[in-house]
Write a protein that binds this ligand. Structure first.
Ligand SMILES: [Zn+2]
Length: 332
């Protein structure tokens, strides 16, 4: 830590307000040059920020989490320590307000920029959609924002061709102890047993697949007698890729990134009762994708804090019994 100047310095002639302005300018300049980002949230609004942007927590190799910094470390690691004593820094720190909530910074800050531009009135959109989801879910398409989302997916559909992936995929099922299942036992479930899910209506079977055993276990939430099938699925799939929507979306990239990063698609399930308003918008996306010719949707896992993904197959013709290859089943 460098020894700050004592006695008279150029700041002595400034009013308190001017001192605060100079401090803020230097502080923000150091944040920008250290992180190439603005302050996204502080201790006061961290929970609200993560609830509003659940996918920001793990996207891009958890950049948001990696950039959190203790303000004492920020002081000693930045040029602020060359211009201010620690005592002066502590005294001036309350003059720095969090751009997200307007409160003074206290112990930590999270410099981070969302990798897209959210709609100007996104707070209103989120509130109004939450209300519609719980009151009139079947009328979602009447809402202009939802029409824009469907148009964006339609545009992506015109630029997206089916492709075959060689990656292994994973699917878990809770089976009786000692069972010796075949890959067909992991297929689309019978409609009469299908409850409402993130990307399916009640009675509408889809295949939820995971990109790793870890994601699979996390999504199955420690189910008893969990069996996991590992397999390749070498069939051409037209995939609505919500993990990197910018690739095919062009002008629509921001709106698709917004729905993925926000609670619209990435809210954690409350896991209680039949009322799942947090799934209404994702099921709307599934309907858009289905009607626009997609076979599957690739989306981030909200259960694992990494860039791992889930794939939901919405084309019921593409069964595991017919198309899975190199399958191996383990009881975990
Ligand atoms: Zn804040």
């Amino acid at each position: 830590m460098s020894a700050p100047a004592t006695g008279k310095n150029w700041r002595d002639g400034l009013t308190e307000e001017e001192q605060a302005d100079v401090f803020e300018e230097l502080f923000m300049h150091e944040v920008e040059s250290w992180f190439t980002a603005d302050i996204a949230c502080c201790d006061n609004c961290y929970d609200d920020f993560v609830a509003e942007w659940p996918y920001a927590y793990s996207a891009d190799d958890a950049q948001f989490q990696c950039q959190s910094i203790d303000l004492r470390c920020f002081y000693s690691g930045s040029r602020l320590s060359e211009s201010y004593t620690e005592k002066e820094f502590k005294k001036l720190l309350p003059t720095i307000k969090c751009p997200n909530c307007g409160e003074s910074l206290t112990h930590n800050m999270w410099p981070y920029n969302l990798p897209f531009i959210p709609p100007k009135n996104y707070g209103v959109i989120l509130d109004e959609l939450a209300q519609r989801a719980s009151e009139t879910p079947f009328l979602l398409l009447e809402y202009p924002f939802c029409t824009k989302v469907r148009d964006a997916i339609a545009d992506v559909s015109t630029k997206c061709s089916p492709s075959v992936s060689n990656d292994f995929l994973f699917r878990g099922r809770s089976l009786t102890a000692g069972a010796t299942p075949s890959i067909g036992d992991f297929d689309f479930p019978p409609a009469e047993f299908v409850e409402e899910g993130r990307y399916n209506h009640a009675g509408g079977p889809v295949l939820y697949l995971a990109s790793s055993e870890e994601v699979c276990k996390a999504e199955m939430r420690n189910a008893a007698n969990l069996h996991i099938a590992k397999f390749r699925f070498p069939v051409p799939l037209k995939i609505l890729d919500l993990m990197s929507p910018h690739e095919d979306a062009g002008d629509h990239a921001d709106i698709l990134s917004f729905i993925v990063f926000s609670a619209l698609l990435s809210a954690k399930s409350q896991d209680k009762g039949f009322n799942r308003p947090e799934y209404v918008f994702s099921r709307f996306i599934k309907d858009c994708a289905k009607s626009l010719g997609f076979d599957a949707i690739r989306y981030p896992s909200t259960r694992v804090g990494t860039a791992r993904f889930n794939l939901v197959v919405i084309n019921r013709e593409l069964t595991l019994a017919k198309h899975a290859a190199e399958s191996k089943i383990v009881c975990v």
